[in-house]
Design a binder for this molecule. Structure first.
Ligand code: CUA
Length: 336
């Protein structure tokens, strides 16, 4: 590729922000290193002992000096803290309009799946200028999704979803790594991210044979696994209605509530007894070992497709079900 570079190219909106903070930290470190080493050498010479029986003068505390060397570093570290925290918050909260892509890490490859159904291994195609949100799971051990050009690194931990997001700013091809030692072929667990013009991305998405969108694959699974026997569209099922559930608050048996997000669906499929919906019996069997992480994300994507769409309408207060099935609205949390 290019000639030697000190830093990877900046190819996401986050990259310059992270770099600026890094430059600031470097500058502070360099400044104080020079100051301290300079002072050591200067004082060592200036105040060297000149004769065997020389005694130093008695020194009194210099309060001005002490206050200065306490307040200035405090101020500097507070700047580092607030600056770093603000970038951290930006990096950890995907925008609402982000497109959703799923990633599954396993020894030793990255499997990626687009909502439209396109699957890739060790390659990820994304459009430029659009926020992309990755929901990631691991089939085995801890991996870490790392794209240096995006300044994005996120651990992928078995048993839970982790998310990361980025908006690419430059078309091109960028290295993708696994940044967590995960066994023999860890060093080979990488690939490429292709950043494309939106038109090219649309062409890429529509090209190639696809079995159907993730939601469609999820729907098939939903029927194969007979989920639809209990999760019906009306109140006759033994399980909660899933239509319009995504993003809402769910009342739980035993008090409290939980937001119906990806992690909640995943948990409810694998450990149905963990959070029982208010008004329902703990009768659902576990699907642990019966579905892979890839099938799980398809099921999750299917339930999401039942609405409400992410980012549309007030998802957080959970007071507004989708218009259809409005018979379930109102005061009976058991219907959720
Ligand atoms: Cu996966 Cu290292």
């Amino acid at each position: 590729m290019d000639r030697f570079q000190l830093f990877p190219v900046q190819a996401s909106t986050l990259a310059p922000e992270v770099d600026h903070l890094l430059y600031f930290l470097l500058a502070v470190a360099v400044f104080f290193t020079l100051l301290i080493f300079g002072a050591i050498f200067y004082f060592a010479i200036r105040y060297r002992r000149r004769s065997e029986n020389e005694l130093p003068h008695v020194q009194h505390t210099g309060y001005t000096l002490e206050i200065l060397w306490s307040v200035i570093p405090f101020g500097l570290t507070m700047v580092m803290f607030t600056w770093g925290a603000s970038i951290y918050f930006t990096a950890s909260k995907p925008p609402n309009n982000a497109i959703q892509i799923y990633a599954v890490g396993k020894q030793w490859m990255w499997k990626l799946e687009h909502a439209e159904g396109q699957r890739e291994i060790n390659e990820l195609h994304i459009p430029i200028g659009t926020p992309v949100r990755l929901t990631m799971a691991s089939e085995d051990v801890i991996h870490s999704f790392f794209v240096p050009a995006f300044r994005t690194k996120q651990d992928v931990v078995p048993g839970r979803y982790s998310t990361t997001w980025f908006t690419a700013t430059k078309p091109g091809k960028y290295h993708l790594f696994c940044a967590e030692y995960c066994g023999t072929n860890h060093s080979g667990m990488g690939g490429w991210v292709y950043v494309m013009e939106p038109m090219d991305y649309q062409n890429w998405l529509s090209g190639g044979a696809v079995e159907g969108s993730m939601a469609e694959s999820g729907k098939k699974l939903f029927e194969q696994l007979a989920c639809n026997n209990c999760h019906k569209d009306d109140n006759s099922g033994r399980g909660p209605i899933l239509v319009g559930l995504f993003g809402k608050q769910v009342q739980l048996a035993g008090g409290g509530s939980v937001k119906a997000d990806e992690a909640y669906f995943r948990e409810s499929i694998l450990q149905p007894q963990a959070k029982i919906v208010y008004g329902f019996e703990p009768v659902m069997p576990t699907f642990q070992g019966l579905v892979t992480e890839e099938q799980l994300v398809q099921l999750v994507e299917y339930v999401k497709s039942l609405g409400p769409k992410p980012g549309t309408g007030p998802v957080d207060n959970g007071q507004k079900p989708v218009p259809e099935k409005s018979s379930t609205a109102g005061s009976t949390p058991a219907n959720r």
